[in-house]
Design a protein around this ligand. Structure first.
Ligand code: AHN
Ligand code: ZN
Length: 319
């Protein structure tokens, strides 16, 4: 307990001079362990590409659920049959982990756990129909959320927390099929959940989506749809990152709008939800995005730490 306290960041609210009789509320934020987050990321990648209807996908889904249960969450697996951009039926599963489910005052943290079925941006045309490792595009954000789950399980924050790992985010039309089908089919698992929540009328005070939050030197601009729906949450997260010394990752500028899992959450559940995503308004998602080079080599513990510690701080200071 002492070790935890010393390892964490602490902050005393209420000035001690103003009201000496008032109880001081000390908030101790646990220390985010980037080695732990990295190992959860590597474990997912080791299954192989997590493409729906493959053995690797099924095995990784089991792994994620069992880890979340081990951390003390109540886990619901929401299974779905979804239609892809080209009208294929796929079997998908959202993994929903709830801490203190009886608490009405809740925070939603989410990411996607599937990996893209095609490396359609790969420089080598022979690779473009192969599935990707998705170490950064998928696994890293789930690694951060697993580490956050572990810490929440051992030291509960004031609010209830739901961690949702969405499936079938990355089944959007590949570039080689866009002439024929147009661009559609992204974020299918989150759309399904937002229209069919695991609890009727489910809501949360706010949501934070993590997407591509683990690459070396990643930079996170303030995403436009997040600003439109949840400006105060964006401000709180970026201010916190700056205060913790992570301002080289969290850039204090707007970076354009991204179609991602937060959109259905905002639209259908009316939850103010932000997206922390590596997207540069000039260069886009990075040159290994949707290529076979999105591997564990690109994942950096410093980035995992910057994101994980920032989100943890915001969660533990919410009430
Ligand atoms: C689009 O490319 C339309 N949205 C980005 C969503 C995404 C894909 N996130 C990760 N992979
Ligand atoms: Zn992707």
């Amino acid at each position: 307990m002492m070790g935890l306290f010393l390892a964490g960041l602490s902050c005393t609210q209420n000035s001690p001079s103003s009201k000496p009789t008032q109880t001081r509320r000390e908030i101790t934020v646990p220390a985010f362990n980037a080695d732990s987050a990295y190992s959860y990321t590597a474990a997912q990648v080791a299954f192989g590409p997590r493409v729906p209807d493959t053995p690797a996908h099924a095995a990784c889904g089991q792994y994620l659920s069992s880890e979340l249960k081990r951390f003390g969450a109540e886990v619901i697996e929401q299974e779905m049959v979804l239609q892809t951009y080209n009208n294929q039926s796929i079997h998908a599963k959202n993994i929903i982990a709830s801490f203190r489910p009886e608490n009405k005052n809740r925070i939603l943290l989410c990411a996607h756990w599937d990996s893209r079925p095609f490396a359609d941006n790969d420089p080598n045309p022979d690779h473009r129909r192969k599935p990707i490792d998705g170490a950064n595009d998928g696994a890293g954000a789930c690694g951060v959320l697993l580490e956050i789950a572990r810490l929440i399980g051992s030291q509960p924050p004031t609010m209830g927390v739901d961690i949702i790992l969405f499936d079938a985010e990355d089944w959007g039309t590949p570039t080689f099929d866009q002439d024929r089908y147009g661009s559609s089919g992204w974020c299918l698992g989150s759309e399904y959940w937002a229209k069919n929540p695991h609890i009727a009328q489910y809501t949360a005070q706010y949501g934070i989506l993590l997407d591509m939050v683990s690459a070396r030197g990643a930079q996170f601009y303030k995403e436009s749809q997040s600003l439109a729906a949840a400006r105060n949450v964006v401000q709180k997260v970026w201010e916190t990152a700056q205060a913790l010394g992570y301002d080289s990752y969290f850039i204090n500028r707007e970076g354009g709008g991204i179609e991602d899992d937060h959109i259905s959450i905002i639209r259908h559940r009316k939850i103010p939800c932000i997206d922390i995503i590596q997207y540069d308004p000039n260069s886009g998602f990075g040159d290994y995005w949707h290529t076979l080079n999105d591997t564990l080599n690109e994942v950096d513990k410093e980035t995992l730490k910057a994101v994980g510690q920032t989100v943890l701080y915001v969660v533990y200071h919410s009430q």
